[in-house]
Design a protein around this ligand. Structure first.
Ligand code: 13P
Length: 348
């Protein structure tokens, strides 16, 4: 019985992983917490109401043709319980479109006690029971983000180990519940550090994450890594070409990520939508030369930023905002095949 259960578990995890990485598609992160979504609304002059958050998420998931480029959508605990205007649950609309629903399960970052300026991601307490509930609701994968800041004397070794350990414990609980874990250790772009520093820190973070995943007995074949690209700090003044960023990022990943991992889905982390597409494209051009993992996107801001600015909370702008979403996901799917170009951005 136990054996049978185990076998089914592995089969389900494997089916979800294959579906998420199929056909050069990518993931759509629309899992902003209430406070993050409200902040984005504030910046765009949109009233911060639950109904506006619901309407906005409905706009995204009902974008015609989204499933041509998107294999999975990451929801938030408010969103996973919401329905469209006609009362159809979001989960059902997503499943009916042939897209895999997923859920962000960390509960955000807090100050790391005793380590000034560093963060630890919370949410392990009671996680097993929350995962079971999300799985019952239809989620097939989950996401947990660790935020690593670069600054003077940081990140500390303790910050890296503590966050990597939490990621690995989360991943173990996910696989126990047949949810594919998206493991997201984000080395942030905030700050004035060089791309060389980002490389060093990302290398240490990724190696530590895989050491912890190994300790927790994670099935690497049934997870997806969601890392940052190797970028200079946003206040550094350093400029790198897309090719250079692609080369550094792939070199770093090759040093740290075991070939058993089936897929790597990048976060956008504050890059502009076009920068993110260009750099993903450059990486996939290199990857045509046989990398062990598939490379794709799991962008939040780089898919949403321009559409949100078009929508402005006004129903009259809904269709234009959806056309923008359709365009951005299409560009990124093209980038997954190495076929994205500036030409694609011309839409007259
Ligand atoms: P960004 O692409 O905006 O970084 O968001 C991705 C994400 O899911 C962060 O956890």
């Amino acid at each position: 019985m136990e054996m049978e259960h185990q076998a089914m578990n592995v089969k389900k995890l494997s089916e979800t992983t294959v579906a998420l990485l199929a056909d050069h598609k990518g993931l759509f992160a629309m899992d902003e917490s209430i406070s993050t979504c409200n902040k984005r609304f504030s910046d765009a002059g949109i009233p911060k109401t639950e109904e506006n958050r619901r309407t906005y998420r409905e706009l995204i998931i009902k974008t015609t043709g989204l499933n041509e480029s998107i294999s999975g959508i990451i929801l938030y605990h408010e969103t996973i319980r919401q329905s469209d205007e006609a009362g159809i649950p979001f989960i059902k609309t997503i499943e009916d479109a042939g897209i895999v629903p997923g859920i962000k399960v960390d509960i955000g970052t807090e100050d790391l006690a005793g380590f000034l300026g560093e963060k630890i991601t919370e949410g392990l307490d009671g996680l097993r029971y929350r995962l079971k509930e999300y799985a019952r609701m239809g989620a097939r994968f989950a996401k947990w983000r660790a935020a690593i800041l670069i600054g003077q004397e940081i990140p500390s070794r303790n910050c890296i180990i503590s966050n990597a350990n939490a990621l690995a414990r989360y991943a173990a609980l996910c696989q126990e519940c047949s949810l594919v874990p998206i493991v997201e250790p984000e080395v942030m772009m905030l700050g004035s550090h060089s791309s060389k520093k980002c490389y060093q820190v990302t290398r240490e973070v990724l190696s530590t994450v895989f050491e912890q995943l190994y300790l927790q007995n994670i099935t690497l074949e049934s997870m997806i890594l969601k890392p940052n690209m190797i970028l200079p700090g946003q206040d550094s003044g350093e400029k790198n070409t897309a090719e250079k960023i692609a080369e550094n990022t792939i070199k770093c990943l090759m040093e740290c990520v075991p070939p058993a991992v089936p897929g790597i889905a990048f976060l956008s982390g504050g890059q502009s939508p076009r920068e993110a597409s260009n750099r993903l494209n450059a990486m996939n051009q290199i990857s045509a030369s046989n990398l062990p993992w598939k490379l794709t996107f799991s962008f939040g801001r780089a898919l949403q930023q321009t559409a949100l600015a078009i929508w402005e909370g006004d129903d009259l702008n809904k269709v234009s905002a959806q056309q923008e979403i359709y365009h951005r996901v299409k560009c990124n799917r093209a980038a997954n095949i190495g076929l994205y170009s500036d030409e694609m951005e011309r839409r007259d």
